[in-house]
Each structure stands twice: as C-alpha cells, then as structure tokens.
Design a protein around this ligand. Sequence first.
Ligand code: 2NE
Length: 287
Amino acid sequence: VVWRIAFDESGKEFTDIIYEKAVDEGIAKITINRPERRNAFRPQTVKELIRAFNDARDDSSVGVVILTGKGTKAFCSGGDQALRTTDGYADYENFGRLNVLDLQVQIRRLPKPVIAMDACMLVYSSFIMGYAVGGGHVLHMVCDLTIAADNAIFGQTGPKVGSFDAGYGSSIMSRLVGPKKAREMWFLARFYNAAEAEKMGLVNTVVPLENLERETIKWCREILRNSPTAIRVLKSALNAVDDGHAGLQALGGDATLIFYGTEEGNEGKTAYVDRRRPDFSKFPRRP
Ligand code: 2NE
C-alpha cells in the first residue's frame, strides 16, 4: 500500500493526528500522533479526528477507515490527564471539553466500516498495538472491527484516576464481553493481553505485531470487494437496537437514501417540480 498524506476541505495541517489515504485502494488511515503521551488525546486531537472522519465520510472514494496510534507502544491511552480540568479537558481554550463523546457518536454513525488497528493497550480504536486504555479503549470498542497486535493491552483505568465512561464505554462493552466481564473490567480496572481480549470477544483477531498493518489491509480489501450499500445498511442495522431512536434514524436514513434512487421515489419529486399530480399507479404493492 502506498499512503499519501491527506487534508480535509479546510486544507489546514493536522498537528495531533496523521491523516492518510491509500493510493487507489479506498482506504483512509487516521493515526493519533502523540506517542510521547502514549497517544493520549487532548481537545485539539479530538477536533482533528472529527475533521478527518468527516472527510473520510464525504470522500466517495473511501470505503473503509482505519484508526490507529503512532508507534508500537500505544493505540491510545485515553484523555490527557495533565489537561484534565473540573469540566473536561482543556488545551487552547479556557474551558473544558469532553468532545471525545462526539467522536464516539461520529464513528458509530459513520456509514463506512471503521477498523481499529491496535498494537498496544487502552484503546478507543480498532487497529491496535500497545496500550488501548481508558478513553482509548472506548474508542476501539466503538469501532466496527478491532485487529490487535500480539503486544496489545486493553483495559479501563477510569476508576483508578477518578473517571468513568457511563455511555458507550459501559453499554457497548457489556454487549461485547457480557455484563459480568464488563463489571470486572470497570470495577477492577485490570489490564488484559491480546489473547485474553480475543477470548472475551473484545477484538476480532490477534496477529504478530509485524503483520498488523498487512492483516488490517487484507481485511479492508475483503470488505471493499463487497457491496458498499449492503455494508452501510448492515452497519446501521447492527447498531439500531442499541442506539435507540438515533439508531433507527440512521437505519431509516439509509432506507430513504435507497428509495430516492428508485423510479417510484423519483415520481413524487418529479411530479411536484412539474406541478402535476404524481402517478404511483404503476408501482407494485408487493406482498
Ligand atoms: C498507558 C500506560 C499504561 C502506559 O504505561 P507505560 O509504562 O508504557 O508508559 P508511561 O511511562 O506511563 O507513559 C509515558 C508518558 O506518557 C504519559 C506519561 O505521563 C509519561 O509521561 P512522561 O513521564 O514521559 O513525561 N502518559 C501516558 N498516558 C497518559 C495520559 N492518559 N495522559 C497524560 N499523559 C499520559 C500508562 O501511561 C497509563 O496508565 N496512562 C494513563 C491512562 C489513563 O488513565 N487514561 C485516562 C483514562 S480516563 C479517560 O480517558 C476518559 C474517560 O474516562 C471519560 C471520558 C473521556 C476520557
């Protein structure tokens, strides 16, 4: 794979992430680039992630997005604790933010698969090497698939540092690993190695670190061979029950999208524009 640096429509350079697209492949890769902090995110990091994911959503040449962390020591170690304030995390602005919650929703609703590639622990992603912990671990859980390197370590640290994720971080985890194991992960705040994570159903597969990206690309290519609309609707369908009204809205939006492409859907619009009564009589009322 040949990666080229990508920008969003603002053209502004990213400081906290690396955004790349694979030439002629339909794959975007977003890398959290704060290795000196084990890829902990600050508000700026999350703002950039949101911009990159927006771009990947809107770029019709992109079919799969990989989320990962720079280096081999961590996927993401969660919120930057040095920047934690009484109202969230603060960097350039003098008020705190928990904008990572917006990012979680964005990944969940992105109409394309997001794969966490993880070579460490405490992740919020799906292509994982090293630590995926805390808010980083939640990011990996909200991704559609997680491919972990054999050095990956997973866990929630919140209760150790006076924090918790009572949203997706709890409900999705319970779905993934079951309610008892989810309580264990949160209450004891232990770390789990990649083999344990695979056994718990937290990741899709574990591969040697040196094969991590190759294996992730292989999965991307297999997905990209399939119908994008089928994948899109399946993603929203698989999320629908858990996401309640918002989940139904995403699935319903997909139905409308498909309907707009039909002759029947088009008849209503055309009749309105032509100022005539629509003629739906030729469309079957299927059993
Ligand atoms: C990730 C972990 C286990 C790695 O351990 P190790 O031994 O490999 O590295 P070390 O030496 O701990 O970390 C290297 C440098 O990165 C910084 C450290 O302070 C250290 O800095 P220096 O001493 O070299 O200056 N660093 C690592 N993680 C950081 C972080 N999250 N914030 C700021 N600096 C960080 C180990 O580093 C670790 O346990 N990290 C903390 C994990 C953690 O507790 N994360 C926050 C959870 S809460 C959260 O993310 C959250 C939430 O609960 C709800 C909403 C939003 C976010």
